[in-house]
Ligand binder design. Structure first.
Ligand SMILES: Cc1ncc(COP(=O)(O)O)c(C=O)c1O
Length: 409
């Protein structure tokens, strides 16, 4: 038995079967450095998935590790019932980065938790109980968060909350009209949406969409929650993706890349909205000292290395090269995204989602030393989420490898 086969056997034995993995022949990753992952046999892979857009500042980033290790040596954990510095320093940093008037944070450990908290807050602040979400959005695994997830694959709950209502996704021409019909009831506490849908297949809304979403929510007294769990922290070339449309939501949720691999998440809101959440609220791992130090070091690293600009420039480069590839490979139906959050949708000659081809491309690219992801309701969107420290030449290598792989099809 190979090492990978042994681990697969242990996985079958000890994990809940819902925990799935990519690849027929999965490597065993043992080390990460910068843009690369290394497997147990010493092979190197350019990681263009980043553990789903988490290690935006690169694997084992020394500056972030040093800050976390120093904190780990001093004091690893207390909880929010005691006073400590790192959580408040991070809260101040988030208040400076978030669009005004958003300046108050509640820290927790995962994106699901941040969204669950944001929906609770919206309900407290408005006195309403219902909410609206978009088809093909993904917001998490907890009760509320899964009930507002519009991707069939991730809606495992046999009885999602009936107070959650779906409207068609942002590229559907009837999306906003359907939303307004629901908002007119004046029972909707919040609309929750990703600025660019990640798991939905890197779905970029039309330019008018978020400004309209903002206008409609304000008109009907509904709060707008931007789920920036994937899109924040320069993934799209901005701290927050809503900045592309100069829209200020009522609540922003963040997680993933904030700690560059250390678990930390938050919802961020205004004084006025936060004022409705006064009963005790505590997350044991919320504001964890080590995670907060790592997050502060991550934000400094982003600032010092101008990762927003890198994401924008390198994203334009990669998108251009993928579009060039599209002209030569008819299987690529569309290339879309912003910054270094890019997707290439693969379709069969009859127009159906090419999910088998997508799997074959992922497997062959992995064997060639490149890791990318796949998303979309048809599981047919190749997803490119490289670390923002990646070099243009490394991305060129990826595109050349993809070109070779697609030549066989
Ligand atoms: C947009 C979005 N929201 C929420 C979540 C859930 O985050 P977590 O897995 O940290 O609970 C995810 C996870 O992929 C996500 O992509």
């Amino acid at each position: 038995m190979t090492h990978a086969e042994q681990l697969l056997a242990a996985k079958r034995d000890f994990l809940v079967p819902c925990v799935y993995h990519f690849y027929q022949r999965p490597p065993v990753f043992v080390r990460g450095e910068g843009a690369y992952l290394f497997d147990s046999e010493g092979r190197r892979y350019l990681d263009c998935y980043c553990g789903v857009t988490v290690v935006n500042a690169g694997h084992s980033n020394p500056e972030i590790l040093e800050a976390a290790i120093a904190q780990l040596r001093r004091l690893q954990h207390t909880t929010t019932i005691y006073l400590t510095e790192p959580m408040l320093e991070l809260a101040r940093a988030l208040a400076e980065l978030a669009p005004p008037p958003l300046r108050r944070s509640f820290f927790c450990a995962s994106g699901s938790e941040a969204n669950e908290g944001a929906l609770l807050l919206a309900s407290l602040a408005t006195g309403r109980r219902e909410c609206v979400y978009l088809d093909q959005g993904l917001h998490g695994r907890t009760k509320w968060a899964m009930s507002v997830t519009g991707l069939e694959m991730w809606r495992t709950d046999p009885e999602p909350l009936r107070t959650a209502h779906a409207v068609p996704g942002p590229r559907h021409p009837g999306s906003l009209a359907a939303l307004e019909r629901l908002l007119r009831r004046e029972t909707i506490a919040a609309v929750i949406a990703e600025p660019i849908q990640g798991n939905g297949g890197i779905v970029v809304p039309p330019e008018f969409y978020w400004p309209e979403l903002r206008r409609l929510c304000s008109q009907y007294g509904t709060l707008l929650i931007a789920d920036e769990v994937q899109t924040a922290w320069n993934r799209t070339g901005r701290w927050f993706a809503v900045e592309h449309w100069q829209v200020v939501p009522d609540i922003i949720t963040v997680a993933k890349a904030l700690g560059n691999g250390f678990p930390i998440a938050a919802f961020i809101t205004s004084d006025a909205i936060a004022a409705h959440y006064t009963r005790p609220g505590a997350a044991t791992f919320g504001g964890n000292l080590v995670s907060c130090r790592a997050a502060l070091a991550t934000l400094h690293f982003h600032q010092r290395h101008d990762l927003g600009r890198r994401s924008e420039t390198l994203g334009a480069h990669l998108a251009g090269r993928l579009r060039h590839l599209q002209q030569r490979h008819p299987a690529i139906a569309e290339v879309r995204g912003r910054g270094l959050m890019l997707g290439a949708e693969l379709r069969n000659p009859d127009g159906s989602p090419a999910n088998q081809l997508t799997d074959a491309v992922l497997e062959t690219l992995k064997d060639a030393g490149y890791l990318i992801g796949k998303t979309g309701p048809g599981r047919n969107v190749l997803t490119f989420l490289p670390p923002l420290i990646v070099e243009a030449e490394q991305l060129d290598g990826l595109v050349d490898a993809l070109d070779c792989v697609l030549q066989g099809y």
